[in-house]
Design a protein around this ligand. Structure first.
Ligand code: PLP
Length: 425
């Protein structure tokens, strides 16, 4: 059995090397995952060897109610058995129902929704809607932001390494430090169509802005007639303990974007939702912004996921999980001094920062080899990001903490053997 699995793994890694990307294979080898994902349930993934992994990476930050939540699977299966994709030429109940539900659970008068298939696509739509509705072409974005990797979304993202090879990006974008509302005010011009920010920067290593930041941005935008776009692709759907992270400050954006958890871990679903007056442009030209796929299966999963979050009390649970996890990680970090420089987050979005990305990778690899999955921040690899599902148990949180502590100790011992100080590399 094991030899047969070895052969399947070898063949797949060869296919990845020859036809996908050999660098991915090197990454899998470094992390110790020369294996195949096979099935998943709740917070646990099983590989081709029958080994179980605790999933605190979640895709990243996708499996908000865990893998294959029975109610979400049931709703999706119903559509699979009758009509998983819309033909688009006639209306369907699911899209109407999900749009109405999103209008209900998003703050203020956010009302009109466009459905798409990813976070980047949701942000593309938000940027385009801004230009169409305001006639102002420019954007203020933040350093370290991650809004996706299509050309428009990349233009407002904030890591040079990913931007440089694709320049020139869309013109009229300025980047300011995240968390600094005065920097936004200082760059505002009559041509600024919108300020786009994440309520918490996820891929930049879970950066939580100072209290009052979103409120200040709201006021600056109101004063200057620019829109406020909140990218809740990672922070939304309950991840931070509220359905949307902007609710922590009682701020209503003009456009809110969502994806990741929105598809309930069953299908890719993205959306942007806007205030009614902005939708005039879309109403006037209903085919100005379109996409082929109408994902009935995904929309059914979304409706079921929202109900599960509401009915199973998962918002307070996200806060409880996050508090337990952060307390545990801080305690573990304090027993191996000089390694972790910060532990921070909100609800089920938590980051542990290291002085050096190589040390973070070493600790991450140690965790993965002990069968607990987390992820590094794409824009800040020195941060290990934990995005547990909102259904994680206390015992699973404690297991993740224990393994983090063991991986820290192992990395510390290795660095000592090599006579390398973690912060001085
Ligand atoms: N916006 C945020 C805040 C994200 O974290 C991500 C992905 O990590 C995206 C947008 C892009 O989403 P996608 O990868 O689905 O295009």
């Amino acid at each position: 059995m094991s030899r047969e699995v070895d052969e399947r793994v070898r063949r797949v890694l060869q296919q990845y090397s020859d036809h996908l990307n050999p660098s991915w294979v090197r990454g899998y080898k470094f992390l110790g995952v020369e294996t195949l994902e096979v099935e998943a349930q709740g917070a646990v993934i099983r590989d081709a060897y029958g080994r179980e992994y605790l999933d605190f990476a979640c895709g990243p930050a996708v499996f908000i109610v865990g893998h294959r939540h029975p109610k979400v699977v049931e709703a999706a299966r119903r559509e699979l058995d009758r009509m998983p994709l819309s033909v688009r030429i006639m209306p369907n109940e699911l899209m109407g129902q999900l749009a109405e539900l999103l209008a209900e659970i998003t703050p203020g008068d956010l009302q009109y929704v466009f459905f798409c298939n990813s976070g980047a696509e949701a942000n593309e739509g938000a940027l385009k809607l801004t230009r169409a509705a305001t006639g102002r072409p420019e954007f203020i974005a933040t350093i370290g932001a991650f809004h996706g990797k299509t050309l428009g979304a990349l233009s407002v993202s904030g890591r040079e390494m990913y931007r440089k090879p694709f320049e020139p990006l869309i013109p009229g974008v300025v980047h300011v430090p995240f968390g600094d509302s005065e920097a936004v005010a200082s760059k505002m011009t009559p041509q600024t169509g919108a300020v786009i920010v994440e309520p918490i920067q996820g891929e930049n290593g879970v950066v939580v802005p100072p209290d009052g930041y979103l409120k200040a941005l709201r006021e600056i935008c109101d004063r200057s007639g620019a829109l406020l776009i909140l990218d809740e692709v990672q922070t939304g759907m309950g991840r931070t303990g509220k359905m949307w992270a902007c609710e922590h400050e009682g701020v209503i954006p003009d456009i809110l974007t969502s994806s990741k958890g929105l598809g309930g871990g069953i299908a890719p679903v993205g959306a942007f939702i806007a205030r009614p007056y902005l939708w005039e442009a879309m109403t006037k030209h209903p085919y100005m912004h379109t996409t082929t796929f109408g994902n009935r299966l995904g929309w059914a999963a979304s409706v079921a996921t929202i109900r599960v979050i509401q009915e199973e009390g998962l918002l307070p649970r996200a806060t409880a999980i996050g508090n337990r996890l952060m307390a545990g990680l801080r305690q573990a970090a304090s027993t191996v001094p000089g390694m972790t420089t910060d532990v921070r987050g909100r609800g089920c979005l938590v980051g542990a920062e290291f002085a050096d990305p190589d040390v973070a990778f070493l600790v991450l690899a140690g965790m993965v080899q002990r069968q607990v999955l987390a992820f590094h921040g794409i824009n800040r690899p020195e941060v290990i990001r934990f995005a547990p599902p909102l259904i994680a148990t206390d015992a699973q949180v404690d297991r993740a903490v224990e393994v983090f502590g063991d991986a820290l100790k192992e990395a510390r011992a290795l660095l000592s053997e090599l006579d390398v100080a973690p912060s001085a590399q």
